[in-house]
Design a protein around this ligand. Structure first.
Ligand code: CAA
Length: 380
């Protein structure tokens, strides 16, 4: 077993680290405070090749492996999880889904723009009454011959207002249940598409989360991804890869908070010595470092399996479950190490603590990951 990263992987990691430090750290507190979408930063990330990292260069991507994607996601998330969620959705849900299941025409028309960062995409599955219970889709895509008529509302959509293209999951044959669902490529600027108000969130406040409404939107049949009725499987397959992205985001949030706590513990003095010399703090750091290493190994293993074209779905769910749970705990401990300073914005850890919470919820809650993992282990 070889745990060594290649030179190329190390270079990607270093580039992401530099970008996060130089381009994301300045202004991260203000963007969080004012819920400002990091449009300029995302554009630069696209120019560096981070918005379509695993996509074939012939479709505008960077042709990197999933391990590099984990490394980059971790570095970006250490500093700004609002940027990394946009990056994760575009890379794993939108670009991967299109590259894997889209036809040549769809790849030429949409993937090239999305993978090169010239446009941003969004993934529209969740609805007001269909979150974890994703088969209960109420949005309809009625078959009208050469087009679908799309009606309904999607909720909690990351990149909701900044995306140019939406991958929309909708019900065409309600009598067939999940086998009657389709996945459609929809342009945000088409008639009948309305972007709802921006959600005022606890964390990842720089990201733009909206509900999206569709009223009699005409979607050409050519914009359906895969066979008729493939939409739910498309969503499930795509989400499995997405979970590696969000697991890596949780890992980055945790390791960002840990690094700040470690640094602070070497500077701050109490009772006549740096607080790192107090076992109460040193043991916290030991526990945090151990949990982070565990999460990192799970993320890298899931990514490695994906790179080997092996089944990675159980590993991705385990990585997502574990990394998001420890992110919640590690960030809380990081605030505790900082004491009162941890509770104010300038020290960053309170933001990381707020950002960590969503990783236990989106792209499948921790409870959904346990459904996926338990079903998988029971098949052993
Ligand atoms: N790959 C392929 N097919 C799959 C699959 C997978 N990983 N998982 C399920 N399926 C198929 C099943 O085989 C079944 O099809 P057949 O009947 O033809 O065999 C069908 O899908 C239904 O599967 P289940 O019976 O297992 O469905 P279920 O109702 O029990 O639900 C679930 C399973 C795992 C809970 C699923 O509903 C789920 O993943 N829910 C969570 C949804 C989610 O993650 N939402 C996140 C929104 S996106 C987001 O957050 C992005 C963002 O903005 C950051």
């Amino acid at each position: 077993m070889n745990f060594q990263l290649s030179e190329e992987q190390l270079a990607v990691q270093a580039a992401a680290r530099d970008f996060a430090k130089n381009e994301l750290l300045p202004g991260v507190i203000e963007r969080d405070e004012h819920q400002k979408f990091p449009a300029e930063q995302i554009k630069k990330l696209g120019e560096l090749g981070f918005m379509g990292m695993m996509v074939d260069p012939k479709y505008g991507g960077s042709g990197m492996d999933a391990v590099s994607y984990v490394l980059a996601m971790e570095e970006i998330s250490k500093i700004d999880a609002s940027v990394s969620v946009c990056m994760s959705v575009n890379n794993s849900l939108v670009c991967w889904g299109l590259e894997t299941y889209g036809n040549e025409e769809q790849k030429q028309k949409y993937l090239t723009e999305l993978a090169s960062g010239q446009a941003i995409g969004a993934f529209l599955l969740s609805e007001p009454e269909a979150g974890s219970d994703a088969t209960s889709q109420r949005t309809t895509a009625e078959d009208m011959g050469d087009y679908y008529l799309l009606n309904g509302t999607k909720n909690w959509i990351t990149n909701g207002s900044s995306a140019s293209y939406y991958l929309v999951i909708a019900q065409t044959y309600p009598e067939k249940g999940h086998r009657g669902i389709n996945a459609l490529i929809v342009h945000k600027d088409w008639p009948g598409v309305t972007v709802g108000a921006k959600e005022n969130k606890m964390g990842i406040r720089g990201s733009d989360t909206h509900s999206i409404m569709f009223q009699d939107v005409k979607v050409p049949k050519a914009n359906r991804i895969g066979e008729d009725g493939f939409g739910f499987k498309f969503a499930m397959k795509t989400l499995a890869g997405g979970r590696i992205g969000i697991a890596s985001q949780a890992l980055g949030i945790a390791s960002g908070a840990y690094e700040l706590a470690l640094k602070y513990s070497k500077e701050r003095k109490a009772f006549g010595t740096e607080i790192m010399n107090h076992q109460a703090v040193a043991f916290k750091l030991a526990d945090m470092a151990t949990a982070i290493e565990g999460a990192r190994l799970l993320c890298l293993k899931a990514a490695w399996l994906k790179d080997q074209h092996e089944d990675f779905e159980r590993a991705a769910a385990m990585a997502k479950l574990y990394a998001s749970e420890i992110a919640q705990w590690v960030t809380n401990e990081a605030v505790q190490v900082h004491g009162g300073y941890g509770y104010v914005k300038e020290f960053h850890v309170e933001r990381l603590m707020r950002d960590a919470k969503i990783t236990q919820i989106y792209e499948g809650t921790s409870e959904v990951q346990k459904i996926v993992i338990s079903r998988s282990v029971l098949r052993d």
